[in-house]
Design a protein around this ligand. Sequence first.
Ligand code: ZN
Length: 59
Amino acid sequence: MPVYEFECPEGTVSEKLVKMGTQEIRCPECGKKAKKILSQCTFELKGSGWYADGYAAKK
Ligand SMILES: [Zn+2]
């Protein structure tokens, strides 16, 4: 499983080992939802629709 970085609304960044496709975790510091940061590793996105779909829905 890959390690991802997550950032909560408070600005706390935590690294966590999660399943592929996990979009958010609960922040260990404040307990709020922390969203995945995609800056770290640009892995292959071909063939997966969750990335584009998730961002399109937000805007
Ligand atoms: Zn937090």
